[in-house]
Every structure is written in structure tokens, then in C-alpha cells.
Design a protein around this ligand. Structure first.
Ligand SMILES: *Cc1c(COP(=O)(O)O)cnc(C)c1O
Length: 348
């Protein structure tokens, strides 16, 4: 990459091996189920997550929306975190296209939803009430800086869902980061879920795509939902070829990104004006705030980082001074040291 871009792991370019695999991928018409590369990707993804079947979709948003629309009907309710990506950052799509009502509960500082809050949100049978159909978890939880949810916690939520005849969907955009951080196979984290969607195009570097996994029956329905959203694909094995490398190889190296995030957090902690707790960094995200008495404005800092050091940062929002830096394949330890040095120079 031509910059040190820490805004997100979505900025990752495909690797040279991916570009080569894409050029040579066997393809077919996937709406006929005839694209061998997509079929391979869906099968391998399902196996890695311990599910029966998979469905290649264009984005994490489409994976989540396809899942919600497949699990729920109009007027049904889904319980999810008030910081959940599905609630905050997917354009209200479940409401817009499915008439699905969100019932939000607070996301705890460790990324979990309180089990008591989940239980309290489940509707009883009453003519006035909507029907609860779905619980959604997010692993890793982006808003808390990429906190991984453990298999034990997820199993407890799965138990609640089953007790009440509900479905459990995991927005596992970064499920392999969670698996790497917790040193468990991703399938352990997915086991209690009826469906899980993960992104190939974030830290795994593929240019496009997510995979939704679940039972044969669920995925057969989800294929229909995806088609209705305009997501029926043709010779998209070109994209799935990169996805296969993402799945086989890039999932195995995420620990490097996590180690770089830790090193970045520890370095930033030594700089005045930066408030950060490095012990909260579990995966590839570093959250920190600037002190109010910053010697230059944040805008000026961002401009000078780009102009003088080729470093791109973003993520501060709501007039607050919180910043999120994300490490990924294209960020090396040397880049991390350059970022720490640049910050130290600009914030003496
Ligand atoms: C990025 C992300 C998504 C959506 O993925 P897109 O491919 O950007 O649509 C969903 N959930 C979480 C937690 C994400 O970080």
C-alpha cells in the first residue's frame, strides 16, 4: 500500500497471491449453482465455522440483512446491542426491507450484552406485543474496540435463545480476529448460533465479499432472500478465489495484527496528551482519546500526519476526541514505530 492507513481494516488491498488466483479462477453461473470456486469457498467457510452450508454475499451488510430477513417476518422483533453495527451502521435496512423492529439493550464495556437485559427484552405472549424472533450478537464488538466474546458467553446466550424458541445470529464480521485473540477455533465461537456472517474483505484482505453460514435449510431460504435483494451472482468465482486465500491463509496470521495493535497502544501510552489503556487492546483496534489541552487541533494533527508522514487516521466522531486506529496486513511493526515517532514529534 502507498500509505500507512490506519482508518480501518477495510482499506486493505488484495495481496499479489489473491490477484493471481482471481485471474486464474474457474468460474460458472452461481445462480445455477455452477461456479466451482464459489461452491468451494462456501463449503470451506461452512466447515471452518462448523455449519452445514454457506452463502457468498457481496458485503457484511448484505450477510446480516439476508440473515435477519430469513429469520424474521414483518413486525417481528430482534434483540441487539445499542452499539451493534446492524443497528447503527446498516442504514436501518432490516426495518426498511423487512419491517423488523430492533429492541436495543446496552453493550457492556467488555462487548457483551447483559444476560438479564436479554431475558428482560424477550416479549411474553400478549395481543399487544410484537413477537421476539431473534437475538443478534457481534463478535468482535466493534464499538468497544474489537472486544472478543468468548465461547462460554455465546453458549449462555444460545441457551436463552433455545429456551424461548428464538434464533441466534452472530454478526461475526471479525470472528477470526476473535478466534485468534481467544486461541480457539472459530467454530467454537459459532457453535451456539443459527447463523453467522463474516467478512472476507476486512483484515482478511479480499477485495469483496462476506459469507453467511448456517444449516442446509437456513441457507436454502437465505439464497432466496439474497436473490430478492439483487444479490444473485454469476461468475463471481473471480471474487471467491481471493476469498479462499483469505480463509485459508489470512485467518492464520491475524495474531500479527493483534501484536502490532498492542505495540502501538503501548507506544502511544508514553506520549503526553494521549489517554489510552493498552490492556483493553485485545484484537486489531486501538481506541484512545486526546487530552483537551492538545497543543494543536485534531484536524491540524490529522493533516500533518498525512502531509509529513504519509499516515492516515480517522475514526474520531461526534465532536468527541476519541480516535480508532486499526492494524492489518499492510501495517508492519516498522510502520507502528513510525506512527509512534510521528505522534511524539507532533505532540511534544
Ligand atoms: C464492517 C462490518 C459490517 C458490515 O460489513 P460491510 O462489508 O462493510 O457491509 C458488519 N458488522 C460489523 C461488526 C462490521 O465491522
Amino acid at each position: 500500500m502507498d500509505t500507512i492507513d490506519l482508518r480501518s481494516d477495510t482499506v486493505t488491498w488484495p495481496t499479489p497471491a489473491m490477484r493471481e488466483a482471481m485471474a486464474n479462477a474457474p468460474v460458472g453461473d452461481d445462480v445455477y449453482g455452477e461456479d466451482p470456486t464459489i461452491n468451494q469457498l462456501e463449503a470451506e467457510a461452512a466447515a471452518m465455522l462448523g455449519k452445514e452450508a454457506g452463502l457468498f454475499v457481496t458485503s457484511g451488510t448484505m450477510g446480516n440483512l439476508t440473515a435477519v430477513l430469513t429469520h424474521c417476518g414483518r413486525g417481528h422483533e430482534m434483540i441487539l446491542g445499542n452499539q451493534a453495527h446492524i443497528f447503527r451502521s446498516e442504514v436501518g435496512s432490516a426495518a426498511a426491507y423487512g419491517g423488523v423492529q430492533p429492541f436495543t439493550i446496552p453493550v457492556q464495556p467488555d462487548g457483551t450484552l447483559d444476560l438479564g437485559d436479554i431475558r428482560a427484552a424477550i416479549r411474553s405472549e400478549n395481543e399487544h406485543f410484537p413477537r421476539t424472533r431473534l437475538i443478534c450478537l457481534e463478535n468482535t464488538q466493534g464499538s468497544t474496540g474489537g472486544m472478543p466474546l468468548t465461547a462460554e458467553y455465546t453458549a449462555q446466550v444460545g441457551d436463552i435463545a433455545r429456551e424461548h424458541g428464538l434464533k441466534l445470529h452472530i454478526d461475526g464480521a471479525r470472528i477470526f480476529n476473535a478466534a485468534a485473540a481467544l486461541h480457539v477455533p472459530a467454530r467454537d465461537l459459532a457453535a451456539p448460533a443459527d447463523s453467522l456472517s463474516f467478512c472476507l474483505s476486512k483484515g482478511l484482505c479480499a477485495p469483496v465479499g462476506s459469507v453467511l453460514v448456517g444449516s442446509h435449510e437456513f441457507i436454502a431460504e437465505a439464497r432466496r432472500t439474497r436473490k430478492s435483494l439483487g444479490g444473485g451472482l454469476r461468475q463471481a468465482g473471480i471474487l471467491a478465489a481471493a476469498g479462499l486465500i483469505a480463509l485459508r491463509e489470512m485467518t492464520q496470521r491475524l495474531g500479527e495484527d493483534h501484536a502490532n495493535a498492542c505495540a502501538l497502544a503501548e507506544g502511544l501510552a508514553t506520549i503526553p496528551y494521549i489517554h489510552i489503556d493498552p490492556t483493553r487492546v485485545c484484537t486489531n483496534m486501538v481506541l484512545f482519546t486526546f487530552a483537551d489541552e492538545l497543543p494543536i487541533s485534531i484536524e491540524e494533527l490529522v493533516t500533518r500526519l498525512k502531509r509529513d508522514y504519509n499516515i492516515v487516521i480517522g475514526g474520531y466522531s461526534n465532536g468527541r476526541t476519541q480516535v480508532r486506529l486499526v492494524t492489518h496486513y499492510w501495517i508492519t511493526r516498522d510502520h507502528v514505530n513510525q506512527v509512534i515517532d510521528a505522534m511524539r514529534t507532533l505532540l511534544p
